[in-house]
Design a binder for this molecule. Structure first.
Ligand code: NAI
Ligand code: PHE
Length: 361
C-alpha cells in the first residue's frame, strides 16, 4: 500500500478476522490511540504498543490489525497462554517532535483506555515505547508488561528478543548449509533496541557486520567497532549472506524477493514480508526464511514468562534458545510437505489454536 494513498479506517477491517478494535482520538494532540484485539482463544490478548507517525488513521488501523494477527501466531507457536493484540499511538508528526508534556498526557489517556478494556488486552514495549513508558502506564493501570526492574518489573524485552533472533539466525544458517557464522556477511536493518544487540551477538560470533538505519546516527556505535555502513536505500540490493530485518516491517514484497542478494533472512521485525507472494518467491529461490513470529518471540517469552508465569531468568533463557529447535521442526515440516516455512509455522500455530476437547466435558 502506497503511503500517499488515502486509507479509510473501515478498509482494513473488511477483511480482518479479529475480535475487537478500540479507537480513541485525542483532539488536543491530534493522536489516535488504537488497540486491536485479534484473538483471546489462548488467553488475554497481548502485544506491544507502537508509537509513531502514520499518514492517516486508516494506515494505523492497517498496521495494528496486521500486527495483532502476528501476535496471535507468536503466542501460539511459543506455547504461551496469551492471545494476540497490538496497539498504536498514531502520532500526527514524528515521535521525536512530540513534546514531553504531550507524550505524558497521551500515556495517561492510553492507561485509561487499557483500564476500560479491563484486561482483554495487555500491552508492552514496541517501536517508539520502552520500559520508562511502561513505568508511567503501571502507575494507573495493571495491564502493562515490561516495567523497569527498578519498579519490580521484568525490564526491557530487547535482550531476550535479540537472543531469540540469534538462535533463529543460527538455525536458519544450519538449514541453508552454512557452517557457523564465522566470516559470514550479516546485514542488520534497524539499529534500535533489538538490532544493535543482534549486531553485537553476530559480531562476537565472528560475522562481518553490515548495518543500516533510516537514522544513520543509530549505526555510529557499530561502525566505530568496525561494522560497514549501508545506506538505507541500498538495504535490499546489498550483497550479504544473512539479512536481519529489525526495523518496522514491510521490507520484502514479491518483487523484492525475486532479487534479494542474500541466502538467509531471520530478524526481529514484525511482518517483514509485504503481501502473500513473497514467502513463495523466497522459497523458490532457495532463500531460507525464518518466519518473523517464530524468530522474534524472545521478548514475549521474557515478558509473559517473568510477569505472568513466574519464570526465572534461566527459564526465560532456555525457552528463548528453544526458538532454534522450533525452527528446525518448522523447516523439516516445510521440506517434508513441500510448503514454505511461513506456511508450516502458520499451520503449527493453527493447530495450537484449535479448541481442545476436554475429557468429561
Ligand atoms: P526500535 O524503535 O528500538 O528500533 C527500530 C529501529 O529501526 C530504529 O533505529 C529506527 O530508526 C529504524 N528504522 C525505522 N524505520 C526504518 C526503515 N524504514 N529503514 C531502516 N531503519 C528503520 O525498535 P525495536 O524494539 O528494536 O524493534 C524493532 C522491530 O522488532 C520492530 O518491528 C518490532 O515490532 C520488532 N520486535 C521488537 C521486540 C522487542 O522486544 N523490542 C520483540 C519482537 C519484535
Ligand atoms: N512488542 C514485542 C513483540 O512484538 C514485545 C511484546 C511481546 C510486548 C508481548 C508485549 C507483549 O513481541
Amino acid at each position: 500500500m502506497e503511503t500517499s494513498e488515502l486509507v479509510h479506517i473501515e478498509e482494513p477491517l473488511e477483511e480482518w478476522d479479529g475480535e475487537l478494535l478500540s479507537v480513541r482520538h485525542d483532539r488536543q494532540t491530534g493522536a489516535w490511540l488504537i488497540v486491536a484485539v485479534h484473538s483471546t482463544v489462548l488467553g488475554p490478548a497481548s502485544g506491544g504498543t507502537r508509537a509513531m507517525h502514520y499518514p492517516s488513521p486508516g494506515h494505523a488501523v492497517t498496521d495494528v490489525t496486521r500486527l495483532a494477527g502476528a501476535m496471535t501466531l507468536k503466542m501460539a507457536v511459543a506455547g504461551l497462554p496469551m492471545g494476540g493484540g497490538k496497539a498504536v499511538i498514531a502520532l500526527p508528526r514524528p515521535k521525536a517532535a512530540v513534546d514531553a508534556a504531550d507524550w505524558r498526557r497521551l500515556l495517561n489517556l492510553y492507561a485509561e483506555v487499557l483500564e476500560r478494556l479491563n484486561g482483554t488486552y495487555w500491552t508492552g514495549p514496541d517501536v517508539g515505547t520502552g520500559s520508562g513508558d511502561m513505568d508511567v502506564l503501571r502507575a494507573t493501570t495493571r495491564y502493562a508488561f515490561g516495567a523497569s526492574s527498578a519498579l519490580g518489573g521484568p525490564g526491557s524485552s530487547a535482550p531476550a528478543t535479540a537472543a531469540g533472533v540469534f538462535a533463529a539466525i543460527q538455525a536458519s544458517c544450519a538449514e541453508a548449509g552454512f557452517e557457523g557464522l564465522y566470516g559470514r556477511r550479516v546485514l542488520v536493518q534497524g539499529m534500535g533496541a533489538v538490532g544493535s544487540l543482534v549486531g553485537e551477538l553476530v559480531s562476537d560470533a565472528g560475522a562481518q557486520l553490515l548495518v543500516t538505519d533510516i537514522d544513520p546516527a543509530r549505526c555510529r556505535n557499530a561502525v566505530d567497532r568496525g561494522a560497514r555502513f549501508v545506506a538505507s536505500a541500498d538495504t535490499t540490493s546489498t550483497e550479504c549472506d544473512i539479512l536481519v530485518p529489525c526495523a518496522t516491517g514491510g521490507l520484502i514484497d514479491a518483487a523484492t524477493a525475486r532479487t534479494l542478494p542474500c541466502r538467509v533472512i531471520a530478524g526481529a521485525a514484525n511482518n517483514p514480508l509485504a503481501g502473500d507472494g513473497a514467502a513463495t518467491v523466497l522459497a523458490e529461490r532457495g532463500v531460507t526464511y525464518a518466519p518473523d513470529f517464530v524468530a522474534n518471540a524472545g521478548g514475549a517469552i521474557h515478558l509473559v514468562g517473568r510477569q505472568v508465569l513466574g519464570w526465572t531468568a534461566e527459564m526465560v533463557d532456555e525457552r528463548t534458545a528453544a526458538i532454534g529447535t522450533t525452527l528446525q521442526t518448522i523447516f523439516a515440516d516445510s521440506r517434508a510437505r513441500g510448503i514454505t516455512a511461513e506456511q508450516a509455522a502458520r499451520d503449527l500455530a493453527t493447530r495450537r489454536l484449535q479448541p481442545t476437547v476436554r475429557v468429561g466435558s
